[in-house]
Design a protein around this ligand. Structure first.
Ligand code: FAD
Length: 372
């Protein structure tokens, strides 16, 4: 596609904003159309009660690719990322706790209080993740190849992955192939004996998925997350000001690169002619022509809601219909000063708050065994 062409991006979530930035950098004219009054999608900071602002859905920055953060200069645009150390504090009901720091030696000293065997294995585990990361990290940045008609570039990229895989050597190649389909509970059990440590490290294999620790393939999730950050528990970073500070910085960076962003602009339809997207129609009837359309909305909404499914191959439509997407999401709530994994709490001394905190505590009490 020649530079200078108009590209519409549906949705101002973080993916839409990053796409707008890179397209503008390549000389295109991206226009982001966001239906809400703010950009950020699920990564926003909002006032949920007068005087109280919080990240209302996503709470921590997941694996943010450092090259993207660097290219978009998020700090220059007002996003200060806070990296806690220790990275994870995992308390057990019996009063013991695991503390996992940036520094592996410090972590080993903490784990030794639970099990000297596990402390000795920790570095071995970190090395295994590091090796997997070297192989998997390039996959995160690679454009997925066309399965039916791979281009020369696709074949070249796949060749490089194959070459890197072979360079791992027989034992590591075998391990990687064996680990991927495994349940993450089995994977961590190959290294550690303490349930608390196993659960703490395995959590990354199920976080944000509909999987449990005994689900087949949950190790692949952990390995893919490790590709973005090979530390055994990954990293949770928090933007000062909530997730909205990050997406605000992404939007400002995209704008400064030349992208346009419109809010309160809901796309009702994607126009298609001769098999090519030619523009969109907004909910208020406005039509905007374009040379290409990028959708940051989910595939079901894009292909079944914004487009006429009749124009696609029925097999493709069936596959999109069969994508499993749970329809309920809850976050936010009432009641002490901050947020904990998906719940937003504000300080109040009322009895109803104490009651709700007690019921919250009971629901979150963690048992040190994986449910089978
Ligand atoms: C409950 C929950 C908690 C999560 N917690 C975390 C977390 O703590 N850390 C983390 O890293 N990830 C978390 N995630 C995952 C993360 O939120 C998503 O991966 C991320 O939001 C995806 O970004 P996106 O830009 O692809 O889509 P979205 O953020 O969904 O953005 C899509 C945008 O498109 C807009 N849009 C949709 N349809 C239209 C239309 N027709 N016209 C115009 N605009 C439209 C929407 O308004 C939205 O702004 C969580 C997800 C959920 C559901």
């Amino acid at each position: 596609m020649p530079a200078g062409q108009r590209i519409l991006i549906i949705g101002g979530g973080h993916n839409g904003l990053v796409a707008a930035f890179y397209l503008a950098k390549c000389g295109y004219k991206p226009l982001v159309l966001e239906r809400r009054e703010i950009v950020g999608g699920a990564a926003v900071t909002e006032e949920f009660h007068p005087g109280f602002r919080a990240s209302t859905l996503a709470h921590t920055v997941g694996p943010l690719r450092l090259d993207v953060a660097r290219d978009m200069r998020v700090e220059k645009f007002g996003c200060e990322l806070i990296y806690p150390d220790p990275r994870v504090f995992a308390p057990a009901p019996d009063g013991r706790a695991a503390l996992l720091y940036d520094n592996h030696r410090k972590t080993e000293a903490s784990i030794a209080r639970l099990s000297t065997k596990d402390a000795e294995k920790y570095q071995q585990f970190a090395d295994a993740l590091g090796e997997a990361c070297v192989l998997l990290m390039p996959l995160l940045a690679m454009t997925p190849p066309s399965i039916d008609k791979p281009s020369t570039e696709d074949l070249w990229s796949l060749f490089k992955v194959g070459r890197d895989f072979r360079s791992l050597g027989k034992r590591r190649m075998f391990n990687l192939l064996r680990w991927g389909p495994m349940a993450v509970a089995d994977f961590v059990a190959e290294f550690f004996e303490t349930e608390l440590l196993r659960a703490t490290i395995a959590a990354r294999g199920i976080f944000g998925t509909a999987l449990g620790p005994w689900s087949a393939g949950s190790t692949a999730v952990l390995l893919l997350r490790a590709a973005a950050d090979p530390h055994p528990v990954g990293c949770a970073s928090f933007p000062r000001g909530g997730l909205g500070a990050l997406t605000h910085a992404l939007a400002e960076s995209a704008r400064s690169a030349g992208a346009e962003i419109r809010v309160n602009a809901e796309v009702a339809q994607i126009r298609v002619k001769d098999g090519r997207a030619t523009g969109v129609v907004l909910a208020d009837g406005e039509e905007i022509a374009a040379d290409a359309v990028v959708s940051g909305a989910d595939p079901k909404r894009t292909f079944l809601g914004l487009m006429d499914p009749g124009q696609f191959d029925p097999t493709f439509v069936m596959r999109i219909r069969n994508l499993r997407a749970s329809r309920q999401t809850a976050s936010g709530g009432r009641s002490p000063g901050g947020s904990t994994s998906g719940r937003t709490l504000t300080i109040s001394n009322g009895p109803s708050t104490r009651r709700s905190m007690e019921s919250f505590r009971r629901r979150r009490t963690w048992t040190s065994r994986f449910p089978r």
